[in-house]
Ligand binder design. Structure first.
Ligand code: SF4
Ligand code: SF4
Length: 442
């Protein structure tokens, strides 16, 4: 209930701590981090509104229509409303959500050898029949005992499609059928290098319900072919891009995430023409270009400008561009969610795949015969803790769009701010995001 001041008719109100007011050429964007509501005003009008709110933080000097809009969008809030309590509530709700996501790794082996890959290509690593059976029991266990409300599988590796026939297809069919019987939604995707997506595999993936693939390029053609080679293939760049075009031809409404791993040396504008050569104009809307700096590269804020030019060219050619999306579900990373696990080829269970847990002979968790997961330590519990309960994050204006430290760093007892290792500031990310939104709706 809205409280009222003793002396006036107006309710007691204040400005949200999470208002971001960001100039961008002739506009100023207004964005509220807690509600994910936004609008833009001309530069002059915005400055006028800001100055009125500086004088009267409850917005009482503003025209009624504007004040009402600011209240409904969370820019002006009830004096008694504790935004931190709300952030904690939303965090817990999302951590506990029973929409179960699993990353499944049928192997850590791969048909390529990339210099940066953390997974060290464990030749001969392949999920056994007995682990495959435990995986099926796990699906049953989560549906019947944990009462999950949906199931989402992402096939990952190594290269998961190396074992499409023996592992990916049978497990996907099983999970699909069990979810259908239980009346809960099922989704499936693959993070793959795209090498094995021939016509037959694509049709089978389409029939199984695959609606998303993530495939990586390592910079432009010359660099990609140097990093990713396979004895029988002249150019893996050409091969994979023509496979991508085929996937889009065969699978309606597919979301094709084309991840571009870039370094200081592997990226230039010619990548756009090289990709265009393989992807038909009519198929480009299905492709989401997703740039990622290779993690071994040093932080360099000037990279932003180089990449912005390349992304602009991709956009002009008809592709979608991934921009940072601030409405991220009130968790700092998906690993923070209780109903999220990654399951390795040997039945080991972990939370984060970007760490040494992948190569440990045991644990931190493992699949049991009845399909449950046994954790050998407190990893699972610690990953679901709020990582923002420290003075720096609690006072940070970016809290609702960041949600705190990387859970792995938190578990390891480290506390450095995520944005120190990012090339991009929140301000730039927000501007890019809002520009994209306005481009789509105008
Ligand atoms: S990790 Fe950094 S940016 Fe994120 S909430 Fe904490 S202090 Fe803020
Ligand atoms: S390294 Fe941190 S942010 Fe990245 S996936 Fe692992 S837990 Fe999440």
């Amino acid at each position: 209930m809205r409280r009222h001041c003793l002396w006036t008719e107006q309710s007691c109100m204040k400005q949200s701590y999470y208002n971001y007011i960001i100039p961008d050429n002739e506009y100023i964007y207004w964005y509220n981090g807690l509600t994910n509501k936004f609008f833009r005003l001309s530069y002059g009008l915005s400055r006028k509104v800001q100055s009125m709110m500086d004088d009267y933080p409850d917005g009482s000097s503003l025209p009624d229509v504007l004040r009402e809009h600011l209240i409904n969008s969370g820019f002006i809030i009830d004096d008694g409303f504790d935004e931190l309590t709300e952030i904690r509530r939303r965090h817990r709700e999302n951590v506990e959500s029973r929409n179960y996501s699993i990353v499944l790794m049928p192997t850590l082996d791969c048909n390529y050898r990339c210099w940066y890959c953390i997974q060290n290509h464990l030749t001969g690593s392949k999920m056994s029949l007995s682990t495959l059976e435990k995986l099926k029991r796990h699906v049953d266990y989560m549906i019947k005992k944990e009462n999950i409300e949906s199931l989402y599988i992402d096939w990952f590796g190594g290269e998961p499609l190396m074992y499409f026939n023996e592992i990916v297809e049978p497990v996907t069919i099983y999970a699909l059928q069990q979810c259908h019987k239980a009346g809960i939604p099922f989704g499936v995707s693959a993070t793959t290098n795209g090498f094995y997506l021939d016509s037959e595999t694509v049709v089978r993936c389409g029939n199984l319900g695959f609606r998303q693939f993530q495939i990586t390029l390592d910079g432009n053609k010359e660099n990609h072919d140097k990093v990713k080679y396979n004895g029988s293939c002249v150019s893996t760049f050409d091969h994979v891009l023509s496979n991508i075009d085929r996937v889009i031809d065969f699978i309606p409404n597919v979301n094709m995430i084309l991840r571009i791993n870039y370094t200081h040396d592997n990226i230039s504008k010619d990548i756009v023409a090289q990709v265009n050569k393989h992807i038909k104009s009519s198929n480009r809307k299905a492709v989401l270009i997703s740039p990622h700096k290779v993690w071994q590269e040093s932080v360099d804020k000037s990279f932003e400008t180089v990449m912005a030019g390349i992304l602009e060219e991709f956009s002009k050619s008809g592709y979608r561009i991934q921009s940072w999306n601030p409405s991220q579900g009130f968790v700092p990373c998906y690993t923070n969610r209780k109903y999220y696990n990654a399951i390795n080829y040997n039945g080991n269970v972990m939370k984060c795949t970007a760490c040494d847990d992948l190569h440990k002979p045991d644990g931190p968790g493992r699949l049991l015969e009845d399909g449950s997961v046994e954790w050998m330590d407190d990893t699972a519990v610690r990953y679901t803790e709020p990582t923002f309960e420290n003075p720096k994050c609690l006072n940070c204006k970016e809290l609702p769009v960041c949600m705190g430290l990387c859970p792995r760093e938190h578990v390891m007892g480290r506390d450095y701010c995520k944005h120190i290792v990012s090339d991009t500031t929140l301000q730039t990310s927000l501007i890019n995001h809002l520009r994209n939104v306005y481009k789509t709706i105008s």
